[in-house]
Every structure is written in C-alpha cells, then in structure tokens.
Design a protein around this ligand. Sequence first.
Ligand SMILES: [Zn+2]
Length: 330
Amino acid sequence: MSEHPISRYMTRQPWTIRKDATLVDARTLMREHGIRHLPVLDAGRLQGVISDRDLHLLEALPASEPLTVEDAMSEDTYVTTAGESVANVVERMADRRRGSVVIVDDHARVVGIFTTIDAMQALAEIVRREPDAVAPPPIPVGVSARHVHLSRAHCDVLFGPGVLLSPRHEVSQPHQFVMAQRIDLIGPHGELHDVAIINPLRNETQVELARTDAIHLGITAPVRESGHLAGTPGLRLRGPCGEVELDHGAILAQRHVHMTPDDAQAYGVHDRDIIQVRVAGAREMVLGDVVVRVSPEFALDLHLDTDEANAAGLDDGGTVSFAGIERRAG
Ligand SMILES: [Zn+2]
C-alpha cells in the first residue's frame, strides 16, 4: 500500500448511472449532487464515464430522438484500484490527458472517482504537509575571512626553500586546509597581520580580501572569480623568511556556491549558472550574482566574505534559501 493511496484523495461516490439512462437523467443527477463525472454501468459492470462536458457537447447538437448516456459517455476509461499511489495516478492522468479516473474495489465495484479538481486538492494538502518535499533544502553559509593561496615559489621565499606548511584545520570544502603558519599583507596605506594561508599550493598566488580589508590596505581590488587575476592589483607579502612583492593577485572573491551534481539537480541549476539566494532575519536581503560551481568533489556551501556576511547578519554555519536563477550559463 502506498503512503499516499488514491483512496485518501478520491471523492467517494455512490452515484453511478446506467448506460440506457437519458442525458436529462444524467444532468439531473449531476446537478443534485454537485458532481461533474458519473461512472456508467451496465448490469453492474463499469462501461465508461460521462462528464458534464460530454453532456454540453451532445446537448449542443440537434437530435431527432432523446439521446442516452451511452451516446455521450467515453468508453476509454482510466480505471484503477483504491491502493494505487496518488503520484502514479496523477502521472498517468497527465500522460494520457485524462480528466478523471474511476476507482474500483477488488470486486470491480465502483468506490470513487478522482478528477483534476481532486488532484489539485491533493497537491495543496501534500505541499502544506511536506514543504521540504517541494522546497529545495537551505544552503549552508561558509564565511571566508581574508586569506592567501600561495604558489610554491612564493612559499619558498616567505617560509624558506622547500618548507612544507602544516595544516591546522580543514575548511568546508574537502581537501582544503587552513595552515598553521600566517603572513602579513602590506599595502600602500596599511598592513594586515597574521593572515591565514589556505593550501594546497597553487600555480599563482592569490589574495582574497573583504572590501573593508582592501580599503584598509589602500588598494582597489575588483570582484573576481578565483583564478581570474589578470589586471588585479598587487601587495607586499611578509613571512618569517622574506618578503614577496606581488604585482597582481589581490581580489574580492565573487560570491559563489559550491555544490554536488545531486544538489544541482535538486535546485534545477547547472555549473556556471548565476543564482540568487535569500537571507532571512532582521537584515533580510536577496544576494544576486552568486556563481554556481558544481563538482562531485564539492560540499554544498555558499561562500561569502566577512563584509557580505556581516551586512546580511550571517554567521559561519548559517543558512540561506535558494531564490531562483538570475542567468543561465551561456
Ligand atoms: Zn569557495
């Protein structure tokens, strides 16, 4: 037995009509009981269904003799049993473009009828009871404080040739670590000390700042996706063994959401789509321009910098809800 049997959503209907009854009889029965479909029987056996639409169609035609239910009914009736799941029934109704289904018991006796109106009521009831079944799940938030990704060459200058940094803890994405060692950032107007390093090492050094950080340092860093560093400003990096003068690599990270292919399917999005997310609470807002990044290696996580999170009143581990697709990946 299904969790949502059709018997729970059907209209229990003791009213049926014989196939030799007149259309006037059918019209009267429908009107009396406020129904729009009648199962048609002959010697107790289901022969078809007549609907008020069938009546309308035939009543509009000039007829020489009184028409019977048999003239107007549709014989190609969709019949099912009371234990069938509402999902299966609705799917088949849609496939076959049917407006009604007759439900019979084990002895082929008519016990009810399920129409598109019943289907709409079932939908409303199920959605109200199980909002999670239709609403995509909330997206966890990971707040990225300012940090640096280093190249091997720059790591050698800052910490000594060939030195391996030691991981302190894993970040929200698998195989990425905040290292125990830290460096200082030196800009034209200010410095930031003890800035985190995230490994593994990369081909190019990249400094990810909040806008407040960039203002403090005295640089104008653009919003960029990770790895898109052409034309970005540089900074001086200071480690225990030396300094690096970067000529480019400082960015404000474009906000983005990491997800698995299963997550992407749940939200109906693809890699590189641009989406919106909604932040609830006292500082409710919608954040747009969120880049979707899909990989089986990822964990579901919206990455914001500290300025973005603070403006929205979000903490690490908070959640936002999916608010729709802004642009499809082109
Ligand atoms: Zn990220």
